[in-house]
Design a binder for this molecule. Structure first.
Ligand code: PLP
Length: 392
């Protein structure tokens, strides 16, 4: 459909009478509302990526973005879906220095061509927690989600029609006060951008990764902000990721504390499927004790495994000593990471204190990983709407 025609439909659907009467400058509220969305359809749609070529993560953006401005004096402005564009920021704006949070979730196109978002409510919960932790403005999660849903609807032709690909949704809030002092920002910008993304694992194979576990690098600590999705947690990890590459590993296994607790893998949560010391088969992941990001896929794997009820599912501390002993005694079945990008990612090697530990994940099927991937895929690309999916 021509952009202009689509624009008219959306204008009828979205432009509220109140905005037409009052004009955007008069609009201000302690919460913005999806019913007040303004829509400006692009006059210059971008070319969509060639579906036959691999899609690099986070490099292609859709035609539109969501933008909402906030000031301490006026509250939230009117939410806008507008053509994708650069931001104009004051060089002193706090978001460029220290005040930034983000989220990451995905929309999938089912074989019935219906686009659905995967458990976006959990991302909204996490985003609001992050906003409050950074003293950025609170917002109504239901209204933001409805604005995001409409943004995805506007750009739904960008959701790849491929059961290996999806549309990545990146909401962001930044402090926008043009001043250098480290203080509560009196201005903020909330925006959401969208990227079509290809499969993490090309084909049906799931490729395992190797991990560098070096306790001299610490991602997060008790009393810190590792359990929030704030920008400051990520910049310092790039150097460690490069160090892992130099030492022949693909990702970092983040250890913590004198007992070398396993906490996360790169930007994924970690799981071990093993026979524990008491002889019971279990799936374990570290508990949410303040240093672990509460991952949406982490929660989903726990929920699925608990529904199956076939083995013990537990959230508790895991140490390298326990893992070494279990490897020695042949009790480890699978080790894997979980996250929105890959869903589930097997681990086959850990480099720790000069030793190369072989993890027998791939020799064991990996049965559990394949089962999780199959179940998640059935939910995400399925046609009947599962309660975890929000139709767009
Ligand atoms: C540090 C960290 N851990 C875990 C995850 C996995 O979270 P999710 O399953 O919500 O993608 C992410 C990604 O957001 C992350 O950045």
């Amino acid at each position: 459909m021509a952009a202009a025609a689509l624009g008219q439909i959306w204008a009828r659907k979205l432009l509220p009478v109140s905005w037409l009467l009052c004009g955007p400058r008069r609009y201000a509220s302690s919460n913005f509302k999806a019913a007040d969305l303004q829509l400006e359809i692009t006059r210059e749609p971008h070319e969509k990526p060639d579906p036959s070529k691999p899609l690099a993560f986070g490099k292609n953006f859709t035609d539109h973005m969501l933008m909402v401005e906030w000031t301490e004096k006026k509250g939230w402005g009117q939410p806008r879906i507008q053509p994708f564009q650069n931001l104009m920021l004051h060089p002193a704006c706090s978001g460029l220095h220290y005040s930034l949070l983000f989220e990451g979730m995905k929309a999938f196109k089912g074989s019935d061509q219906q686009v659905r978002l995967f458990r976006p409510w959990l991302n909204m919960d996490r985003m609001l927690r992050s906003a409050l932790r950074l003293c950025l403005p609170s917002f109504d999660k239901v209204e933001l989600l409805e604005c995001i849903r409409r943004l995805v609807e506007v750009d739904k032709d960008w959701v790849p029609d491929d059961t290996n690909a999806s549309l990545y949704v990146r909401p962001v809030i930044i402090g926008n006060e043009p001043s250098l002092g480290v203080a509560r920002s009196s201005q903020a910008l909330l925006f959401v951008i969208l990227c079509p993304v290809g499969p993490y694992f090309p084909g049906d194979a799931v490729d395992p990764v190797s991990l560098l576990a070096d306790p001299t690098f610490i991602r997060a600590w008790v009393g810190g902000v590792g359990d929030y999705k704030v920008g400051g947690n990520y910049g310092p990890t790039v150097l460690v990721q490069e160090e892992a590459k130099k030492r022949g590993c693909e990702q970092v296994l983040w250890l913590y504390g004198p007992d070398h607790q396993l906490t996360e893998v790169g930007t994924m949560n970690i799981f071990i499927y093993w026979t524990y010391e008491d002889g019971v088969l279990e799936l374990v992941t570290p508990s949410l004790d303040g240093i672990i990001l509460p991952g949406v896929v982490r929660q989903s794997l726990l929920d699925l495994a608990r529904t199956w009820g076939e083995f013990r599912v537990v959230e508790r501390k895991i140490t390298m000593k326990e893992l070494l002993r279990a490897l020695d005694e042949g009790r480890v079945r699978e080790v894997f990471g979980s996250g929105t990008a890959c869903q589930v990612c097997p681990v086959h090697r850990i480099v720790y204190q000069g030793k190369h530990l072989h993890i027998p994940t791939m020799e064991n099927g990996p049965e559990l990983i394949h089962r999780f991937l199959k179940e998640l895929r059935a939910i995400q690309y399925g046609t009947g709407t599962h309660e975890w999916m929000l139709p767009v």
